[in-house]
Design a protein around this ligand. Structure first.
Ligand code: HC0
Ligand code: SF4
Length: 581
């Protein structure tokens, strides 16, 4: 252990700790901006570029950035001398001198770490106010908006994109005043290898990176008397939306969310979970089909099957693993299956043409905005899912509409596309999709009912996991990765035959799965919040009367009435897709 003193108080910390870690242990709150420590992961932003966390170290001439300075034995640290305060004040003044002052209309207002610090510092004037201002043009993609005039070069996004996600879409370019974080050659994000996972947005401390906001388009659709507006809510939203209304992380607000959507004026309040059950029908069938053929010696069949419901993961493998394009399942994601069924089966049921229906999805994700805009998910230019908004955007809509969320009654989803099982709701956390698939595949393969549907070995938050699940005479070898960097590690090991062959692998782009999605309420790196949301989904699963997708009565009826059988012709046409290099 290392023993040191901070502001006159002794503290012991493990070898390798920084001064900031030691101060945290004493609950001394040194301000930080570029620092990012995703608790529970080895990931730390090492840039130490902002210098807001400087402290005085006895015996050293220069102030030291506490986030990047190792604690050593006998150190005597002071965190609030006039020299330290003066240095921090200067840093803040310089940062603010080249920062737009449009806080009132900034998407990050209320969640901006720069704004919070300015408030904390109580700056009332700025000596550098009339300096030069950056004049970058906004980069607007279907999912993310980049306003580099608001970038403070903390480089958290770069660390997230390059080290955690290993996508490599962002890097610091130019020098001095013109330095900025950008895709290569300053190309628009949309033309780069960006996956729209949104994790850079989740960690950006200012409004430099934000979601493309579609709330006003949704409001316009709701106000249009000629439109029938159908809404679907992703599994992970119900476990996080409450945080925007003062509930503890991990509080389920499924019933209040349904009531709020009805109050907002949606004509049909449905659930993406319904389509998650449908996804399992197709994906588990495809898995069993491939597995059976493989066991019969068909060498053309590809195993492991990879899940394909996360659009950032899909874009990642399209860019980075074009040789593996025939390995992922061809099943569309639940969001897109929902849209395809809503605008065919349900529109026909209502007796309306597809272009009279507007399908809105509420997602914890930014990549879903990009996914619903992909050309293959439309018919004659009319998209299956018209608009996708995030958990945060929904919270804004609820607040804007003067809805007293906390006092709403708990309401149910509408029928038939609101009915779902416990297997569907766990889609929202890492390991959930494959657990749901195993529940159905195991019963189909053996013809016997499972004694227990909980597969605890598939759960947890380790970045790469594996489990062996006995099914009849076979032992299924299942892999799970969340976070694209972990996905890359696992896939490289598979491609290089460094691991025992897997039968199936689940991949989700965001750390934690969708509960940690880029569109969820900001968790500022506190991964324990993500873990609480995951626990909430397992609770909802446990409380459901039906916990296996193939037992969902509305799904059974959909196949009987409309689709035929899983992997059948109609199902193939509506529920499966293909990938592009
Ligand atoms: Fe997910 Fe999904 S589980 S990707 O994480 O599969 O966004 O919540 O909606 O589509 O269901 C996100 C969450 C979804 C989809 C589902 C899947
Ligand atoms: Fe990188 Fe994801 Fe941000 Fe794209 S959205 S720049 S892939 S972190």
């Amino acid at each position: 252990m290392i023993d040191l003193t901070i502001d006159g108080r002794p503290v012991s910390v493990p070898e390798g700790s920084t001064i900031l870690d030691a101060a945290k242990k004493l609950d001394i709150n040194i301000p930080t901006l570029c620092h990012l420590d995703l608790e529970g992961t080895p990931m730390v932003n090492k840039a130490a570029s902002c210098r807001i966390c400087v402290v005085e170290v006895e015996g050293r001439r220069n102030l030291a950035p506490s986030c990047a300075t190792p604690a050593t034995n006998g150190m005597v640290i002071k965190t609030n001398t006039i020299r330290v305060l003066n240095a921090r004040k200067t840093v803040m003044e310089l940062l603010l001198s080249d920062h737009p002052k449009d806080c009132l209309v900034c998407a990050k207002s209320g969640n901006c770490e720069l704004q919070d610090l300015a408030e904390k510092f109580g700056l009332r004037e700025n000596r550098f106010e009339h300096g030069a201002q950056s004049t970058y043009v906004k980069d607007v993609s279907p999912a993310i908006e980049r306003d580099m005039n608001k970038c403070i070069m903390c480089r958290r996004c770069e660390t997230m994109c390059n080290e955690v996600q290993t996508v490599g879409a962002l890097s610091g370019i130019n020098r001095g005043f013109d330095a900025v974080v950008s895709p290569a050659f300053e190309m628009p994000l949309d033309e780069s290898v960006c996956t729209f996972c949104g994790q850079c947005v989740a960690v950006c401390p200012t409004g430099a990176l934000v979601e493309r906001d579609y709330t006003w388009k949704v409001i316009e659709a709701l106000a249009d008397p000629d439109k029938v507006v159908v809404v679907q809510t992703a599994p992970a939203v119900r476990a996080a939306l409450g945080e925007e209304f003062g509930y503890e992380p991990g509080t389920l607000v499924t019933g209040k969310m349904a009531a709020a959507l009805r109050t907002l004026g949606f004509d049909h309040v449905f659930d993406t979970d319904f389509a998650a059950d449908l996804t399992i029908m197709e994906e588990a069938s495809e898995f069993l089909d491939r597995l059976t053929r493989h066991l019969e010696g068909d060498t053309s069949v590809k195993l492991p099957i990879l899940t394909s419901c996360c659009p950032a993961w899909v874009k990642f493998f399209e860019h980075q693993y074009p040789d593996l394009m025939d390995v992922p399942s061809t099943a569309k994601s639940p969001q897109q299956m929902f849209g395809a069924i809503a605008k065919s089966f349900y529109a026909e049921k209502l007796g309306i043409p597809r272009d009279k229906m507007v399908v809105v999805s509420i997602m914890p994700c930014l990549a879903k905005k990009y996914e619903c805009a992909r050309e293959e998910f439309s018919v004659d230019g009319n998209p299956d899912v018209d608009l996708s908004i995030t958990t945060r955007e929904l919270a804004h809509m609820i607040k804007q509409a003067n809805i007293d969320f906390r006092n709403l009654p708990d309401e149910d989803f509408d029928d038939p596309m609101g009915a779902s099982t416990g297997a569907a709701v766990i889609f929202g956390t890492t390991g959930g999709v494959i657990e749901a698939a195993v529940r159905s595949a195991a019963e189909w393969a053996t013809g016997q009912e499972l004694d227990k549907v909980d597969f605890e070995s598939l759960r947890g938050l380790d970045g790469c996991r594996e489990a062996k699940i006995p099914v009849g005479d076979l032992v299924l070898h299942i892999g799970i990765a969340h976070g694209l960097g972990n996905a890359r590690r696992l896939l490289d090991a598979v491609r290089n035959n460094e691991v025992e062959p897997f039968h199936a692998i689940e991949i989700m782009a965001c750390p934690g799965g969708c509960v940690g999605g880029g569109g969820q309420p900001y968790h500022h790196g506190h991964m324990e919040i993500v873990a609480k949301r995951a626990q909430a989904l397992y609770r909802e699963d446990e409380g459901k009367p039906i916990r296996k997708s193939h037992e969902n009565p509305s799904i059974k009826a959909l196949y009987e009435e409309y689709l035929g059988k899983p992997l059948g012709e109609k199902a193939h046409h509506l529920l499966h897709t293909h990938y592009f290099k």
